[in-house]
Design a binder for this molecule. Structure first.
Ligand code: SIN
Length: 294
């Protein structure tokens, strides 16, 4: 990953990606997400995403159809199996937290829909209403986390596969009065479905299909290693999650109304911070279809 600003000329104005931390994340200027993206702008944004893993755009003003058009430039839309979309635009999921909710959606380090055989490739989150303070989102770089492991640890975990559960709730027990990962929400209509696979296996070390870089593919959905019990797996899983989320691999984004984050779930974990009890936050999220991790 380059940590220098990317400056790419487009037909309108230069697109500049300026890193916000040493590990990942860049704020991108020079692009209006409500307008159709020409090929040069598309290439610049896609290249910046591969370089920085998560991109942030400020002061955007998009209608839902414009947000959808921007997202579709980057791939097909992935539908969340448990969260219905907006009535008129089902591709957009509203993440809403009000004073009626015990906690926000998205708390705990995770990558989107890791419990599916083909987890979401990318996520675009657009801030519609944010609290005066609080409600930031944390991101961590899973390439950096993998690269920093010792050679011995890399050899030991090579070839391990993980079992990932949709309703694990393992790392958020106690913060969840409704029980399970999708319990305890009142403002969002979450539906538990019985037709979604209960468990999905993935490689612990994933190779990014576009950059070829290895990433430690792990998160709160990960319950155990495929050939071990939950108890046997726990010490190493806990170590790896703690390792992957060390401050030096992370960045933190402070939202404003009109901010957009676009992250690559193939190499990034994110974590919505639960620090704005009683306040309201409303986001529009679109996820992009991904492939089977290898
Ligand atoms: C999510 O997990 O997609 C939600 C992240 C957030 O609301 O900050």
């Amino acid at each position: 990953m380059t940590n220098t600003a990317t400056n790419t000329a487009t037909s309108a104005s230069p697109i500049i990606a300026t890193p916000i931390s040493g590990a990942l994340g860049a704020e991108v200027t020079g692009v209006d997400l409500s307008a159709p993206l020409d090929d040069a702008a598309y290439d610049a944004v896609r290249g910046a995403l591969l370089d920085h893993c998560v991109l942030f755009f400020r002061d955007q003003d998009m209608t839902p159809p414009q947000q959808l058009a921007f997202a579709k430039r980057f791939g097909d839309i992935h539908f969340h199996p448990h969260v219905p979309g907006l009535p008129d635009i089902p591709e957009i999921m509203e993440i809403l937290k009000t004073d009626k909710d015990a906690r926000p959606f998205g708390v705990g380090w995770h990558t989107d829909q890791m419990f599916l055989a083909e987890p979401a490739m990318g996520t675009m989150l657009y801030a519609k209403e944010v609290p005066d303070a609080g409600g930031d989102t944390l991101f961590t770089n899973l390439h950096r986390a993998y690269d920093a492991l010792s050679d011995g640890m890399k050899r030991m975990i090579a070839g391990l596969r993980t079992v990932n559960l949709a309703d694990a709730g393992r790392k958020i027990a106690g913060a969840n009065p409704g029980g399970g990962q999708y319990g305890g929400f009142n403002s969002m209509a979450l539906n538990k479905r019985d037709d979604v696979a209960a468990e999905t296996e993935h490689p612990l070390v994933r190779t990014h299909p576009e950059t070829g870089r290895k990433a430690l593919f792990i998160g709160l959905h990960t319950e155990r290693f495929a050939t071990m019990t939950t108890a046997e797996s726990k010490p190493l899983l806990d170590y790896l999650v703690d390792h992957a989320t060390k401050p030096e691999f992370t960045c933190r984004f402070r939202w404003r109304e009109g901010s957009v984050a676009f992250w690559d779930n193939r190499c990034v974990l994110h974590n919505a911070i639960d620090d704005y009890r009683g306040k309201r936050r409303r986001m529009h999220r679109i996820t992009l279809k991904g492939d089977r991790p290898v």
